[in-house]
Write a protein that binds this ligand. Sequence first.
Ligand SMILES: [Ca+2]
Length: 180
Amino acid sequence: MKKFIFITMIILVGLINCKRVNEALVAEPEWVDLIKNFSFEARGNPSIEGWKFQSNVLDFPSFSEDTPPEGGDWSVVLSAGDRTYAKLYTVLFPPPGFLIYQFRFWAKSPQKQGYVRLYHNENLLMVLDVNSSDWLLYQQSGRLQIVAGDSIIIEFKTASTATATKLCIDLVKFQFRRKP
Ligand SMILES: [Ca+2]
């Protein structure tokens, strides 16, 4: 009887170990971040490397030492006013396949006049209004079918208003993982 119980225990331990191995084999894929300069800084200096800036008045955006939690030393600031606008965007190239994505960023616009658009090629995936006067984390997730050559465009822009307005941005992350 003791021998039978002992053998049964060995088999059960073996089954549990097999289950753990199987769980490890089907573990969820890791998230991959597509934006390298997500904090708008490099070695302690402000930077928009990897991003493009457009304005009908300004050549560069400005930066601020006012950052969100864990936002490092700098955030980027888009300023607009009377008949002016400012736009900051980046073009990403995810690998082909069926992907799950997470898009998140911290932003604030004291005048509640900023927004972000997310495009898949020419198709608008989403628009978010930045209507918080204090730093706020915005996030969105979804699924994408990517084929070779497809692009994802993330675009921050100030609204074109008569009065001066600002849009502050930091910690912009676009992460994906393959559908398990
Ligand atoms: Ca930063």
